[in-house]
Design a binder for this molecule. Sequence first.
Ligand code: ZN
Ligand code: ZN
Ligand code: FE
Length: 761
Amino acid sequence: MSDDGRHIEIRGIVQGVGFRPWVFHLARAHGLGGCVRNDAGGVTIEAFGPTAALDAFLHDLNADPPPASSIRSTESRRIAARPAAPFAIVASAGATDHRVSIPADLPTCPDCLAEILDPSNRRYRYPFTNCTNCGPRFTIARGVPYDRPATTMAAFKMCDACRREYESPEDRRFHAQPNACPACGPRVSLTNAAGTVLAVGDPIAEAARLLGEGRIVAIKGLGGFHLACDATCDVPVAELRRRKRRDEKPFAIMAASLDVACRLARLGPMEQLLLSSIERPIVIADRLAESGLAANLAPRNPTLGLMLPYSPLHHLLIRDAGLPLVMTSGNLSEEPIAYRNDEAIARLSGIADAFLLHDREIETRCDDSVARLIAGTPTVFRRSRGYVPQAIPVAPPFREPVLACGAMLKNTCCVGVGDVAYLGPHIGNLENLETYEAFEHAVERMQQFVGVRPRVLAHDIHPEYLSTQYANRRGSVTLVPVQHHHAHVAAVMAEHGLDGPVLGIAYDGSGLGTDGMAWGSEILLVDGPAFARVATFRPLALAGGDTAVRQVWRQALALIVDAFDGTPPVERLALFRGIPDREMRVVRQMIDAGVNCPLAHGAGRYFDAIGALGLDRAVSQYEGQVALEWNLAAAPDEHGSYPFDLETGSAVLEVDFRPAVRAIVADLLAGAHSAVVAARFHTTLAEATSAVVRRVIAERGQLPVALSGGCFQNALLTERVVERLAVDCRVIRHERVPPGDGGLALGQAWVAGPTRDKTGT
Ligand code: ZN
Ligand code: ZN
Ligand code: FE
C-alpha cells in the first residue's frame, strides 16, 4: 500500500451546484489529502493517498454526484505523491473563464423542503430557503463570476447564523450564494389590485385563502410573475381568460406533488421523470377524465400542461391552498412575462385581484419551460427556466464566438463558443417593442455571462424580422444570413455532432425561402454550411396573406379549389355554411384570380386547411390552434392513408397532395369520423416523407435523416415518420433544444461557426 497521487479534471455542470463540498466529504471519507477548486472549465482535484483509496474515490466521483450536477467528462492522471495536508476546498484558480460559472435555476431540494415544513426549524415556512443543491441562480445573476455581490441578493446582508453556514465546508450551505433566513433575507408581502400592501400576518396563507375563494392572484416566482387561480373551478378560470384576453389557449397547472399530478393526467414513468427532473418543465400529457379540473382550462384540447412546485414559495402556497392551481405566465397575450414589482402592478392590475410580491429582484426574466414525451424521447417545446444557461455540447466546435439572433416567433438567442452553445431564455414573438427590449436584454446578458462579444452574427434571411434588423444595426461584425429551414436541420446536426451530408426534413408553418417564397415543408440535403433543396409540398394559396393564417377556412377553400380543378363541392361541406356569402364570394374571386394570394409551402398550412375541413373550424383563436386540434383529434389506432403523387418534373421534387385532398373530402362527405380522417392524414404525410427519402437514398446512397421544425412537436406525425424511416435509416431528432423556432438560433450559430474559412474573415 504505497502512497500515490491523482490529478482529476471534471467537466460539465459542476459549479454552483454543491459539487466541491461533496468532493470534500468524499475525499475525507476515503482518508485522502489534497484539494479541490473551480477552474475555467469545471472542477480540478488533486488527491493523495493509498492507491486503493484513490481508485475507490474516483469510482465514487462518477457514481453518485449531487443531484443538480451533470458530469460530462472525468479525466484522471497519476501524479507524484506529495505529503498533503487534510483535504481542503481552495479558491478558484487564476484567470477565470466565465463560460460555466452561471448555473441554471434549481428546484427546492428535499432537505430544504423538509426544513420549511418543520415547525422547529429556524427556516419554518421561509419562502426563500435554499442551499448549494437548490435555489435561484441564472435569474438573480447580474454579472460574473457568480458570487453573491454579483446577484440581486447583494442587497441582503447575511446574519451571523447564515454567514457561518456559508463559510463552513461541512455545511449544506457552503458558498450557497443566495443563502438567507427569516432574520436576514428577502420577505414576501401581499398587496391589493392597486398595489397597496395589506396588513396580514402571513401573506402566503392569505394568498392561498383568496385563491380558495376564487380570486386571481399574481405571484412573483423565480423567472417572472404567474397569474394563479383555482384550477378545479370554471368560474375563476373563465374570468382569468376574459381579463387576460386569452380565448382558448390552454393554461398550465401546478400540482402539489407527483401523486397529485398522476391523478390529473396520464403519466408514464418517463413523463414522471421529466416532471420531477431538476429543470421542472411544464409537461404536456393526456388529461384524465376523472381529473376534477375545470373544463375550460384547455378548450377542445384533451391534453394538459402540468408542473410541480419548484420554489419554497410554491410549495407553501399550494399546500396552503390544497388545490391544483392554474399558473399561467403573468402577461397580457403577446407581451413578455412581467418580472419586476412595479411593472407587474402596472401591467397586471386589471387582471389580478391581489399580488403576492417579494423584495428579491429578478434580474433576467425566464418563463417556464415546456416539454413532452414524443415517440419515447423527452422533447423540449420551450427551453427556458431550469435549462438556461446550461451548456449544449455541439460538434464541430466554433472557430470563434458566434451570436445567433433567432427567429421572429418563439425567439431565443444563442451564443456559441468552443465546443458548446448557450441558448438564451424564451423571449416570445418579436412583434412589439416590449419583446424587442426583452430580446436585447437577453442578448446582452448571455454575452456577458459567457464573457464574449462575438464578431460573427448569424441571423435569419427574412429582412423584416426584428432579430435580423438587430444584427444589421450592430456595427463591425461579419453577418451570416441563414435560411430558416437550413437552420432547423443544422440545429439537430449540431446536437448530434454530424457535419453532413444529412437529409433534413424541416416541417413547420413558415419561413422565408431563398426564392422569396414562404417555405415550410422542406426536405434538404445539408452539408455543413451548404444546403440544397431536394423536395417540398405543393404550395397552397393564402388568400389575403397573413389573414388566412388565422382565418383557416380561407386556406381550406384554396386547397379544395386547387384539388378539384376549380369546381370544389363547397356547398356540401359544413365548414363553409357558417361563412357569410359576401366573404365567400370575395375570397373565392381572390383565389380564382390569384390576387393577393401568395403561395406558401408550409406543412403547417395543410394541417390548418384540412383541420378546418375535418373539424368545421373556420378560425384559429391563437397561432396554430386548428393545426394542433387536428393533430390531437387523430385516432392513434387508425392506420389507413390517402394517395398522393410525387412530381419529378423540376429540380425540386414536389409532393402533390391533391389526390389525398379529394379522398379526404369524399371521406368527410360519406360521414367518416374526423378522428379517422385525421389519423389517415398524418399517415399520408409520413408516407409521402418516406417516399421522398427512399428516392433520395436510392440515388445518393445511405444518409442520416434529421427531423426538425415545429411540426415535429406533433407526437403522432413524429411517431409515424420515425416508424417508416427507422427501418432502414438512422433518424436523428432534437434532444436538448426545441424542434420549433425556439431552437432555431442554435442552427444559425452552427451554420455560421464553421464557415469562417469560406467567407475569408
Ligand atoms: Zn436545498
Ligand atoms: Zn440569516
Ligand atoms: Fe420554423
